[in-house]
Design a protein around this ligand. Sequence first.
Ligand code: PLP
Length: 388
Amino acid sequence: MTDSAARGDGPAGVGDGTRAVRAGMPEPVKYEPTLPGPVFAAHFHLPGDPTGGYAYARDENPTWTHLERAIGELEAPDAEDVETLAFASGMAAISAVLFSQLRAGDAVVLPDDGYQVLPLVREQLMAYGIEVRTAPTGGDAQLDVLDVLDGAKLLWIETPSNPGLDVCDVRRLADAAHARGTLVAVDNTLATPLGQRPLELGADFAVASGTKMLTGHGDLLLGYVSCRDAELTASVRRWRKIVGAIPGPMEAWLAHRSLATLQLRADRQNANALALAEALRERPEVSGLRYPGLPEDPSHKVASRQMRRFGCVVSFTLPTRARAERFLDSLRLVDDATSFGGVRSTAERRRRWGGDAVPEGFIRFSAGAEDPADLVADVLRALDESTD
Ligand SMILES: *Cc1c(COP(=O)(O)O)cnc(C)c1O
């Protein structure tokens, strides 16, 4: 955790933990619960002409309103004008931004190493006559992106990238994009708003899956879009209405309840990820170790400028597919499962999906909230037991 994260730097000077436990809480009302329960309703009483307020639950629901305010307070604590829209999943949120902003003939820049569903999105965008250009997230991303930015309507950034954990400089790219009249969206799934705040770094949209670290229990799917511009927000809201990719009230409520522990979970899980990375660094069979919080990581310099926490995901490569499979099999405290960010550690051999351009022995490891000594010991034991 960096100093600014420890201090907290919101308007009232409160820390992240304070902000997380209070995020989106309504004003106290005597004899009412502090966080009202989920509102299960398809329609609301509506005599006469609709003049605003809750009418039909594909458009608005009081449970979303609390959650959306909460996420907005975390994504942009200093901004009054940021609006957040909740979606049924991260993909619903991502698609809402891309497909509401782009028209046939427009060009968009996507990462070539981003979330594994982006190639499908790319195909769909192309089928609609949208030109898709790609650039890598890490290395000389700056130069690669600048090469393809001219004339693009939207730049899509995923940082840190999943699963490669490359990082790019959001502020520099946003400045370059805005100088060309290009909109910028950042996928903030891996970092969470306690890890980085894309809107403060200049992005027009902060978009994320709430399925992962944000809610952290592996029991729901959710997504959101936060945006500072009223017109852009209205176009994304319109898209949500016509596609109807809305979260259920139960999911929205569970998500809000989980936000209260976001800082606790993030700090423990990130510390576990760092402890794990430090232990893996000493192992001869481990190559390609990546964690933006490791001082020698290629992402570290940029990450420490723009991130306040480095996330709970560590990636590394074991020599062969068989070794990686034996390693996963030998773990006792870590589930072999996809996704990340949950309080229970998970790991997977990422290549089993076929999509990501990673070696056969590539492991994406999501550190949970176990005791650090237990987690590290389990991983080291599994490495020992899985040798040839
Ligand atoms: C998981 C993930 C998504 C998709 O989110 P869902 O909630 O599964 O739809 C998008 N971006 C990143 C970086 C992710 O890890």
